[in-house]
Structures are given as structure tokens and as C-alpha cells.
Design a protein around this ligand. Sequence first.
Ligand code: C2E
Ligand code: MG
Ligand code: MG
Ligand code: MG
Length: 276
Amino acid sequence: HAKADISHSYCYFDKQMEEQVSHRLAMIRRLREDFADGKLEVWYQPQVDLATAQPYGCEALLRWPIGQGQFISPAVFVPLAEDAGMIIEIGQWVLEQACAKQRELAQHGVDMQISVNVSVPQFKASDYAQSVAQTLARFAVPSDKIELEITESVVMDEVEQVTRTLNELKSYGIDVAIDDFGTGFCSLSYLHKLPFDRLKIDRAFVKGIPEQDNGEIAELVVSLANRMNLRVIAEGIETEQQLQFLKSIGCHEGQGYYYAQPLDGKKLDTYLKLSN
Ligand code: C2E
Ligand code: MG
Ligand code: MG
Ligand code: MG
């Protein structure tokens, strides 16, 4: 009797797995179609100088609209795109969109540095630095006007190749930030060895301030960055109290809903008060 129960539960488990797998495959298929049909979008979240509240840049964030104002989160579909071997192509498209936007804003007299998120497979491609430099040149975007955001998992992946790519990017004058700093497993010693320009304090170290979190980690990251002459930006600022705290510890840059949500290209123009 017991045996029958077990096989029954295995059967059920298999069926569930099968459904999950086919759901994944269906999503990948739809992502491929929607990307080919030009349905993906790039939105922009302003990054501001905390002292003046003036925007000086923005982060490009992928959006996958699925109708009725609904979106699938990039936290869900970027990993799918990575597994399906699509992220190199999608990532290149995001970079091109960001370059076009940077250029368009510059032509309206608005000088913005745009940050672009980069996945491991993109960064690992042997000609990555050169291809970024070529893309910037093609759009006539100065190399210091696009910043690449990589996570600690990129650094840990293949240290030698990553070091080479970082140095090459540096030689082209392209900035690189470590995203979600403090949430991965990057050894601090890499901060000395590798030419990063900026640390991004993860939202996890901002969101509990002041009630659940005294901000010790945010403070540590800011003082580390300041000592090492790295720029530092706080993610996920949602309240006046968080802003005041970050200013008090010497953090000069931030982004978060307190200032602005990610905005589509048109809303960004409005936010920046662009007269067409
Ligand atoms: P991330 O790079 O750490 O981006 C910051 C995320 O925090 C964004 O989520 C942004 O919308 C959200 N955020 C910003 N301010 C606040 C705030 O005040 N409160 C809260 N609750 N959230 C805030 P989003 O757009 O859903 O993106 C999630 C992740 O997906 C990104 O995290 C990034 O890792 C990845 N991603 C997005 N676009 C791209 C892309 O073009 N390429 C790659 N490889 N990854 C991307
Ligand atoms: Mg980012
Ligand atoms: Mg981040
Ligand atoms: Mg984050």
C-alpha cells in the first residue's frame, strides 16, 4: 500500500515539474517573439545629486509589457534570457537604446550619464569591451556618458578574463560600477585589484533605515568608497529619513522612488522638462 502512495506522489511531482518546464519554455518562446517584434522597452530611473536633488544620470531598466499595463519583471525574465542564450542580443539592444537616449538628451542640452546593467554572458564575450566602445562610437556618445553595472557574480566568474575586460574598458574611458554591492560573494581584495569607478549600495541596506536598520552597512560602504576615491550611490531611497541619513554619512548620490520611479522614454523627457 505504502509503495503505491510513494509512486503516486512521484507521479504528481513529475507532472508538476513537467508543467513548470513547459511553462518556462512557453515564456522563452514568447520572449523571443516579443523581442523580435520590438515589444521590449527600456525605461530610465533618474539618479540624483542628494545635495541638490538634481538628476545627473539615469539607470536603464528593461521592461517586458504583456498588455493591460502589466509587465513581467526583469528579475524573472533576464535569467530566462540568459539561459536561453538571448541575453547577449537583448543586452546589446539595451545598450543601443541607452546610447540613442543619451544622444537625444544631449541634443536637447541635457547632459546625462546612463547606466546599463550587464549580465555575465555578455561580459564574458571575448570582444566585449571593444564591442561596447564601437557601439558608443557608432552613436557618437562620449565614453564617459555610459556606465556599465556588473554584479559581484560577474567578478567571481572568471577573474582573469574579467580583469582583462575591465582594464580594456578603462582604457576606452568607460566607467564600471559594482551593482548590489555587499549582497554577493566578492572578496574585498578585488576592490584594490580591479579598476571599478563606483559602488552601488544595494536597496537591502537602505530599506530598513531607520527603524529596523541603523545603517551600519550603508555607512561602511560609503566610507570604504570615499577612502578609495570611488563614487558611491545608494539604491532604493524611499523616504526623507533615509535621504537625511545617507547625506549625514557622506553619500552624495542616490536613486529611488523618493525621487522617481523608472520612467518610459517620454515620461523621462517630461521629468527632465525637455521642450521637445
Ligand atoms: P538592479 O540593477 O539592482 O535595479 C534596481 C531595481 O530596483 C530596479 O528593479 C528598480 O526598479 C528597483 N528600484 C529602484 N528604486 C526603488 C525603490 O525606491 N524601491 C523599490 N522597492 N525598488 C526600487 P527592476 O527594474 O525590476 O529590475 C530588477 C533587476 O533586473 C535589476 O536590478 C537588474 O539586475 C535586472 N535588469 C534590469 N534591466 C536589465 C538589463 O537591461 N540587463 C540586465 N542584464 N539586467 C537587467
Ligand atoms: Mg542596476
Ligand atoms: Mg542594483
Ligand atoms: Mg539591487
